[in-house]
Ligand binder design. Sequence first.
Ligand code: ASP
Length: 439
Amino acid sequence: MNRIITAKFGGTSLADASQIKKVAAIIKSNPERRYVIASAPGKRFSDDIKITDMLYTCHKQNEDGKDFSVTLKRISERYADIIHELGIEFDIDSEIKAIEKNIIAGVSSDYPASRGEYINSKIIAKFLGWPFVDASEIIFFTDKGVLDESKTFTKAGERLLALEHAVIPGFYGSLPDGSIKTFSRGGSDVTGSIIARSVNADLYENWTDVSGMLSADPRIVKSPKVIENITYTELRELSYMGASVLHEDAVFPVRKAGIPINIRNTNSPDDNGTMIAASLPKDIKRSAVTGIAGRKGFTSIRVEKSMMNGESGFGARLLYIFSDNGVPFEHCPTGIDTISVVVNSAMFESKREDILRSIKNELNPDYITIEKNLAAIAVVGEGMISTKGTAAKLFKALADAGINIRMIDQGSDELNIIVGVDEGDYEKAIRALYDAMTD
Ligand code: ASP
């Protein structure tokens, strides 16, 4: 059986004709790349505007009773340039007229937003000489707006596997009444994952403009290393802490089927990029730590009560107070007579008085201490459990850099250690940890 690769190309990879030509060369260089998922044209330079953003603007301008013809014309011109430079025949005017008519008729913003990928995919299909398959015919949402997985996987699988090749627009599907529904922003990654799952691909390639996921934030650490291999779980941990390379929801469909994701760079196609899979390859030598990521903006509420340990349900009641107020907790380190709840500062501030009152009334604690302006940093790596001395190295690195650790939390899967530091120490801490922990 021949291998099947599903390849998704992001907005910068398809921002203009020269990028589309690079993409076509990548696709044609490997016959296993049978299904291609395309984003809308993204930014060509840093202050350029994405087609998707312009489409949302058209809808908004119409809603505000304003004329949107100038914005629509700019969209039309960008596509016209692409079509001209690719040297294909394509009737862009009728596509643009259909968008105009539907916006005026009052469709939801999902429809115009989806047209960026719809038109781009049709253009790419034409350029490749491949069939175009509309996502609205193979990706289905329930009337509650959630993906109808079983219907989608079955229908998309049947339809696509009957074709040797296809180009499918990312970012949207259809509701039971046939109207368009988009995923959240950046959702073409999710489409790629769904298609990979539906055709039971051997690999889901996600082509973007970086050569993989970086082991630390490049705005803080100079030239951090690319992560060559990472597990789905490690990726979740790092993404949750702010390192982003894929849409959050893109991991789930392929993960269930064990299909690896390979992040690749359209502008540097010979780079291996990052391979995301269920487990790490056995034969490679790698450091215990895969990556470091973090976020600012946390507050810790520390509740102290002597003999708390013997009082059953104390922790549960404390967490209920936060959830009753709509404030989810991020971490919850505990001591014998103390328990801390670490939450998003902005969320906490909006409910501060209610939460503190409930804690005092319902739990009768000895002390409540609030520590604001915390940053949380996660040091993540599957290898950390089996490597002796990782924690010691981590704390020494911070001590040597003169950084005070205000919270320590080890995830229950022993995949990460999270430390809380002052927001002012955040960048310095990341750099110290990166230097000491990665090799
Ligand atoms: N074009 C959409 C967006 O800008 C979806 C995507 O590119 O993944 O959010």
